[in-house]
Design a protein around this ligand. Structure first.
Ligand SMILES: [Zn+2]
Length: 382
């Protein structure tokens, strides 16, 4: 019985001492997990950025299709109105043609009739005509009249044939014009249909990308929450003084000046050391020595790298979405800058060296944070 109790005690000791002796190992694994989460987060943010730019591209394309479709619709409308004009003149020409044909036919029939009379009384027929005539003058008048009339009618028929031919040519020309317009309209319509099809396809793509963006935003938020949790866990595990100093806010950003934790001026209203005026201070000033490392407080992309007015040699970082807000960071008064615009930086990466350039009284790092364009107290994000 005593032996059993002793072994139980031993088990308890083992169970409870094991985690204690392995606390540094646990901290290391938390650090590793945090790193993994941060890597994943960076990847997702990159995907989100590329999805957003894809969505922008698609929207632009759709817009340009809309413009083109609108232009085509206008053109089609124009050509349709041209077509209806041409159709009207074609109808008119057809009527004219019909009338001309009728006129010509009337005279042709008349001519035929008179020719028949001519044949009937021509050559040998004259004798019959003579006997059928009441008198000589009647005969002469009959013969002359018929001959004259035939020649007159022949003339008229010829003229009418010319007129008919002209009208036929005109009608053919208008019909051809109408056919060309119809072809043009059908071509324009088919171009428009092609664009409509493309637009529908692009809209479907855009809907997909928008879905991706929604999913990615959710994933980013989830990873950020994980990152936050792990950062807090790491802080409690390592329990170092540095973490106690800066882990004052939501834990999203890292301290920008490792080894230098003395804050000479907080963000907010203060007496300005140079002007002596009570005024707003957009960032937090951390004392350091010339050449000390200034590091990126978050993963992101460099937007400013060089002289930046009163900020001296400054580094601006676009950290993307953090806690659902677009966060940008400015680190000012450095002696030199180590990065260049467009470069991707990781949290903790040295981006500049401490100094006192610009509007500054001594070496310090001016640490400024904006969320959705609004100045923040950096402490709320540390
Ligand atoms: Zn400052």
């Amino acid at each position: 019985m005593k032996k059993r109790i002793l072994s139980l005690i031993l088990v308890f000791i083992c169970v409870f001492t094991l985690p204690l002796t392995q606390s540094t190992v646990t901290a290391k694994s938390t650090k590793q997990k945090l790193k993994d989460v941060e890597n994943k987060l960076e990847d997702k943010k990159d995907s989100l950025d590329s999805s957003k730019s894809k969505a922008d591209d698609l929207s632009n394309q759709i817009e340009s299709y809309d413009t083109k479709i609108e232009k085509l619709e206008k053109k089609i409308e124009e050509q349709e109105s041209n077509k209806s004009k041409v159709e009207k003149s074609l109808e008119k020409a057809k009527k004219e043609l019909k009338k001309a044909k009728e006129e010509r036919k009337k005279y042709q029939d008349l001519l035929k009739e008179r020719m028949e009379v001519m044949y009937m009384y021509g050559d040998t027929g004259y004798l019959d005509l003579i006997f059928s005539s009441e008198n000589f003058s009647d005969l002469i008048s009959k013969v002359i009249t018929v001959q004259e009339l035939v020649s007159y009618d022949q003339n008229i028929v010829k003229k009418l044939q010319d007129v008919e031919k002209q009208i036929q040519t005109k009608t053919d020309k208008i019909a051809k014009e109408k056919k060309e317009l119809e072809d043009l309209i059908s071509k324009l319509n088919s171009n428009k249909d092609d664009l409509d099809t493309l637009k529908i396809a692009k809209n479907a793509q855009l809907a997909n990308v928008k879905g991706d963006i929604k999913d990615l935003k959710k994933e980013v938020e989830k990873l950020e929450a994980e990152q936050n949790e792990l950062s807090n866990k790491l802080a409690s595990q390592s329990g170092s003084s540095t973490n106690e100093i800066y882990n004052t806010g939501n834990g999203s950003l890292g301290w920008p000046t490792p080894g230098n934790y003395y804050v000479t001026s907080e963000q907010g209203y203060r007496y300005h050391p140079i002007s002596g005026v009570y005024k707003y201070h957009a960032g937090m000033d951390i004392g350091l020595s010339y050449g000390d490392s200034v590091v990126a407080p978050a993963n992101g992309r460099v937007t400013i790298a060089g002289w930046y007015g009163g900020y001296g040699y400054a580094v601006g970082i676009d950290a993307g979405l953090i806690k659902g807000k677009h966060v940008t960071i400015l680190l000012g008064h450095n002696s030199s800058v180590k990065v260049s615009v467009g470069q991707k930086v990781r949290r903790g990466q040295t981006v500049a060296y401490g100094g006192s350039t610009g509007y500054s009284t001594g070496p310090h790092c001016h640490f400024e944070v904006h969320a959705n364009g609004v100045t923040q107290n950096p402490r709320n994000w540390l």
